[in-house]
Design a protein. Structure first.
Length: 250
């Protein structure tokens, strides 16, 4: 279940629908990972294409692989969904779901900057719905996500407090001989359970692992390296970077 109320998600959808009216579309396709989390509460990766059908009027519906249906039901503020098998064509299933809901000849909005919908997928969707009119709404969902509600601000403030407290415990352990894996485990609780100061204080589990890097990786701003057994540098003045990945709910 999401940390936000159904009323919070309803308000987000109303803002999206206002944008849809401005672009004169009947329905919009939401498919970026962060955007799905923001508008549905469902946090997922992009193993197979999946999307939320967001109509200008009526309740949304999620189209996703059957294997992910239960996680969706447990996280999302709505339950309507259509599930498909791993061997099915996700774009074909999305087109079918749009067609059966009366959007086969509708004005369909989509984010032309989406990281999830490939050019090939878009062209295939257009081919499956030849009577529909596809309307680019470039980055509109992302722009809506920039405006934070009081509930989001409170959650962000609390997360920042937890992170500050966590780093106060982690920084003293940074010394020569400690490995990047040790630091990442201490931040995220990987392999250490409740010993993680983040989890112990009530922080949520991470969708992506924490990491710690030093030297060139830290200087370049790269903090997505594997958790290695390499020890932290013994050279005075060598920069080190820590990352505790955040959630996409806000």
């Amino acid at each position: 279940m999401s940390v936000f109320s159904s009323a919070e998600f309803t308000a987000r959808f109303e803002r999206l629908r206002t944008a849809m009216r401005m672009h004169a579309v009947d329905v919009m396709i939401l498919d970026d990972c962060e955007i799905l989390a923001y508008f549905t509460g469902y946090e997922t990766t992009l193993n197979l294409y999946r999307a939320c059908i967001a109509p200008r009027e009526g309740r949304p519906v999620m189209v996703l692989r059957a294997l992910d249906a239960e996680p969706f039901r447990s996280q999302s503020w709505f339950q309507d969904h259509e599930a498909f098998a791993d061997g099915d064509d996700p774009v074909e299933k999305l087109a079918g779901a749009l067609g059966t809901r009366g959007f086969g000849a509708a004005a369909i909005g989509f984010d032309s900057g989406s990281h999830a919908l490939s050019v090939a997928g878009y062209e295939r969707l257009r081919g499956l719905l030849p009577d529909a009119r596809f309307v680019p709404m470039h980055q509109v969902p992302w722009e809506l996500r920039l405006v934070k509600s009081p509930a989001e601000i409170a959650l962000i403030r609390r997360a920042a407090e937890l992170l500050d407290q966590t780093l106060q415990e982690i920084i003293p352990m940074l010394s020569p001989g400690v490995t990047a894996r040790d630091v990442a485990a201490a931040i995220g609780g990987i392999g250490r359970g409740s010993r993680s100061p983040w989890l112990r204080r009530g922080g949520a589990g991470m969708g992506f692992p924490a990491c710690a890097v030093g030297g060139k990786s830290a200087r370049s701003g790269r903090c997505a390296a594997p958790r290695t057994r390499r020890s932290l540098s013994r050279i005075r003045g060598t920069p080190h970077a820590l990352r505790r990945p955040g959630a996409d709910r806000c």
